[in-house]
Design a protein around this ligand. Sequence first.
Ligand code: SF4
Length: 521
Amino acid sequence: MLQHNNSSGIRLTNCHSFREFSIFALLFIAGLNYTMKNLIQEIDLLPQEQPAEESCAVKVSAEQNTGKARKLYIESYGCQMNFSDSEIVSSIMQKEGFDTTSQAEHADIIFLNTCSIREKAEQTVRNRLTHFNGLKKQKPELMVGILGCMAERLKEKLLEEEKIVDLVVGPDAYRDLPKLISSADEGQKAVNVFLSREETYADISPVRLNSNGVTAFISIMRGCDNMCSFCVVPFTRGRERSRDPHSIVAEARQLFEQGFREVTLLGQNVDSYKWSAEENNKAKLEKAGVSEIVNFAHLLQMVAEISPDLRVRFSTSHPKDITDEVLHTMARYENICKYIHLPAQSGNSRVLSIMNRTYDRDWYLGRVAAIRSILGEECGISSDFIAGFCTETEEEHKDTLSLMDLVKYDFSYMFFYSERPGTLAAKKFEDDIPLEVKKRRLSEIIQKQQHYALERNKLDVGKVHKVLIEGFSRKSDEQLQGRNTANKVIIFDKGNLQKGQYVNVLVTGCTGATLFGEVVD
Ligand code: SF4
């Protein structure tokens, strides 16, 4: 198994998903002088809509010593939502008398917080269980739990198939962990995969794992009501519900007081955030006739007003839901970053229709035009694309390429279609595009993206950018790196600067992935 560890605890496992294929293709096509580790790290820093597509990203709990009696080791797979959930789990476990450890060998309990969107992500988890079997032989009292999407998808079947597993806990059942652990302590295997219509863990203050002390993620909603036909998320994470905005603001303010300078508001579909004091379940709320609704634009404003020195980002936007009100709110506050991840998935309206994306090509281009007119040419836009979805013709694939020509994305996550059991597409359509064709279409999409990433970065050369310093550059302790408002990484000499500071940087050069510059104040 190929593994990379880095200072933030991200590990890459060699599970041959498309994500790796795309990374190899990126390396090949762009000819960039980038290592695999560099690319993975950069990509991992961006949240995205299809969390579980990040099947090869793994985060491991950090070492924490507050004198607790027992040790918890968590490996978290997949998306940023999952990584944030692991921070909630750690908080619940801390109250139960567990510190975290970065070494599975030192743990009294091991949790795998899993991802289900790609088969290989699940296979990776099964391989890890085989590895942990060896540890359990040496330490029979060691407890092993499966959390997250795979727990939700497979339920009790996991206990039958994987004898080492003691606990199976779905994403809405983490409050039940203390009870489930005491059952397991008494020798009984325990399962809770109940999907809630209300749970948001609003009152739980997450224990920050793998933190750089500058940027943090805040979960603002859970679940998804969209039912895109390729996606397993609505089945593993349940109905959409929004978290109390006052608890979100309190968490962001506390982070700011602790020295954090950037928060990313996270949800599967943030533009659909809706909360009222009477009802937080979106479907019920829309029928209920409640007195006052807080929408995503209001929430953005509330968080932005904590301090002009706290940057606010968000992910992920859905093209059908992103409103002009959100764009105008972004324009009004300098500290709301000018960057939008707006997954297109395809540039063809028929394919979008069978993907059940509920918008067409013209609607999507209309939203991009609104972003450009309200936020200007410099606002960063990124996307997700799926090559070779069921029945996609050559002409329809070309529509994706021509959409890319029109939008000129700064960045994209690019995959070829892989069918997941239980999704609407698996039930309704044949996965009929040959693998070789999918790969060729994908490489054309990647090639196009590389072209526009470089073109867009060149536009930044010669301009001064406000950068929030996140830490040392990955290649040298003599250089620092941070991001501009459009989420682009900029590298410059360290001088006397430190992470957490804002600095103005004149960009003097670029590759397709990174900007380079010098501090000008
Ligand atoms: S159903 Fe669609 S909008 Fe919801 S998480 Fe999946 S891809 Fe995203």
